[in-house]
Write a protein that binds this ligand. Sequence first.
Ligand code: NAI
Ligand code: F6P
Length: 386
Amino acid sequence: MIAVHFGAGNIGRGFIGQLLNQAGYEVVFVDVNQELVDELNLRQSYEVQLATEGAPLSQVTGVRAILGKDIETVAQTIAQADLVTTAVGPSILPHIAGAIAEGISKRLAGEARALNVIACENMIGGSQQLKGYVYGLMSPEDQSRADEWVAFPNAAVDRIVPLQKHADKLLVTVEPFFEWVVDQSQIKGEVPAIEGVTYVFDLAPYIERKLFTVNTGHAVIAYLGYLYGYGTIDEALQDQEIQQAIRGALQETGELLQKKYHFEKETHEAYVEKILGRYSNRMLADHVTRVARSPIRKLSPNDRLVGPATQCVERGISVEYLGLAIAAALLFDYPEDPEAMQIQSDRKQNGFAHAMQSYTGISEESLLGAIVMKHARSLQDRIISN
Ligand SMILES: NC(=O)C1=CN([C@@H]2O[C@H](COP(=O)(O)OP(=O)(O)OC[C@H]3O[C@@H](n4cnc5c(N)ncnc54)[C@H](O)[C@@H]3O)[C@@H](O)[C@H]2O)C=CC1
Ligand SMILES: O=P(O)(O)OC[C@H]1O[C@](O)(CO)[C@@H](O)[C@@H]1O
């Protein structure tokens, strides 16, 4: 069995590649990083280290890699593959669509066989969005044949894998916890037997619970942590004000999730406590700037901050702490993050309210807008006085 996986980065090697390998797939990574591709091809294996005291290294063997620009080889491999997965980042999905479209067309020209393409990205509806890009590059005839044979089941993935540098370029350190949930109702053909994957018929509660808890909470710590001068997530978590903000924000999203999906209060509270424990893993040394990366994406209307905040407002749930986190994200001025720089230059040129409206869709006149503006003012006062 062959699995083609786009993105041999942290999640690609440290999570998806590892589970696919354990499930018996020959994992073929596709990446644009020549050094990574060469190293994978040279060694055909790599190691995964769990971020817990004394955990043994586990080996992922029998892997190979193709350079992303070698579209012909990527397409050939997809034509023969049993599964395609991705972990490249939401903004990269349009760039891998061409190779996937070509692979599907080659496959449809031969013996018909079902194929599932699963995007493992931090976003709602990632695989379906990828399908849109792929179909946009296929002929109408191929599209209707693909409707019969190719599926793009949405998924939710959860495992914290920080940015890292080791002497061994392929070694990857990951937290012990992981969750990979796939929408079974969208699968074509046999359901892939992958230990560690949970198949569900309604993904919405899982993806929203994950994005609006793990990722919302993480974003609250990262944006406030950055403004308060902390380097890593576990350091920022020691700050009492940040503790209060994260608990407050997760109380708000928790109320929303419980109202919307009828999660039991106690079960949800236990889920939140487990996540708070995961964030404080010192062995991860996860930088606030990684978790805060790409603020334009993270501030977009359906993502982890504005998504739950607007839904909370619609249901009369308080958004004090979500508003604080949105304000902090709009003030995130890390020079090495191009999206942060774009927001800051817009804010300086056109004012905070204008930037808020353009990146989040929140208007100054709305309740949420007023809360965000209030917190932005006090955060700015705090920054000036420090
Ligand atoms: N790191 C984490 O803890 C988690 C990350 N995710 C999601 O997984 C995705 C990947 O994140 P990471 O692994 O952290 O990032 P990463 O930066 O470590 O890995 C991304 C990889 O994609 C490759 N890439 C970029 N453009 C490409 C292209 N056109 N074709 C093929 N490969 C390409 C990069 O060279 C890199 O190796 C993101 O959507 C992220 O939100 C999801 C859950 C956890
Ligand atoms: O990977 P993204 O979407 O940039 O956001 C970082 C977030 O994703 C994770 O990497 C994994 O869920 C978290 O560590 C963090 O909340």
